[in-house]
Design a protein around this ligand. Structure first.
Ligand code: DGL
Length: 264
């Protein structure tokens, strides 16, 4: 079916999921909204995150998307059930996907969840992980400094590494074999996180599992774009177009992106 897949996030983080969807489903068109003007969602009240997320979903619904991906853990924790009830298209979140990836990978069942304050407080990862493996030992850690770092675009170099290392200090002397990047912004600083936790720990995100789920759902609902085409993705931001464009072009490794301002 020749309609776009909608992807939403508080900012540039959802691009880590969009990239994986593009890889798995190269013929599909993506319409993305990053609510950069209101980012970060992590420290905000649940009600506020719910209102913002509904707004993003509505804006894409008007553009006739065929499936919505909430590519934001904070928004998934608060708004997944709500949007599934309200919308007549399939809605995919990222938390169950992240939990599945971690349970598949862990051998010792000791899993660190790195996420925003909102996601950690919601307990959504604990619930998802324990429903898959009741023996899992979960170490949750909120990392409030990471999202502003990524949104600034200045996430390479010594300053960025030091900030990440500092945020991960509470993990010192803890035993674990798997880290879930429970915020879609964190894959952009995955190299720093891996350097801090060391080579014996597997660091993974929800992106691959989410993309697989999108493919399965489109297939199941007969919504796949079956003919080969050159998709014209559109990226909307509520914030700065040049900053969004620089981060998105770097991350997606696409030279010319259609980035537009949207007012919500
Ligand atoms: N990227 C989002 C997440 O996965 C939100 C980050 C934020 O806005 O605080 O949680």
């Amino acid at each position: 079916m020749n309609a776009p897949i909608g992807v939403i996030d508080s900012g540039v983080g959802g691009l880590t999921v969009a990239k994986q969807i593009m890889k798995v489903l190269p013929n599909e068109t993506i319409y993305y909204i990053g609510d950069t003007a209101r980012c970060p969602y992590g420290p905000r009240k649940k009600e506020e995150v719910l209102t913002f997320t509904r707004r993003l979903a509505k804006a894409l619904e008007k553009k006739h998307i065929k499936l919505l991906v909430i590519a934001c853990n904070t928004a998934t924790a608060v708004a997944l059930d709500d949007l599934r009830e309200r919308m007549s298209i399939p809605v995919v979140g990222v938390i169950n996907a992240g939990a599945r990836a971690a349970i598949k990978s862990t051998k010792e069942h000791k899993i660190v969840v790195l996420a925003t304050e909102g996601t950690i407080k919601s307990g959504a990862y604990e619930r998802a992980l324990l429903s898959l493996n009741s023996r899992a030992k979960i170490i949750p850690l909120a990392c409030p400094t990471f999202v502003p770092l990524v949104e600034s675009g200045e996430y390479e170099g010594q300053f960025a590494f030091d900030l990440v290392a500092n945020g991960l200090k509470p993990l010192k002397n803890k035993s674990f074999d798997t880290v879930i990047l429970g915020c879609t912004h964190y894959p952009m600083i995955q190299h720093h996180i891996e350097k801090v936790v060391g080579p014996h720990v597997t660091v993974l995100s929800s992106a691959e599992e989410t993309a697989k789920e999108v493919e399965e759902l489109l297939n199941y609902n007969n919504l796949l774009q079956t003919t080969e085409k050159n998709p014209q993705h559109i990226f909307y931001t509520t914030g700065s177009v040049p900053i969004f464009r620089t981060i998105a072009q770097n991350w997606l490794e696409i030279e010319q992106l259609d980035v537009r301002k949207i007012h919500l």
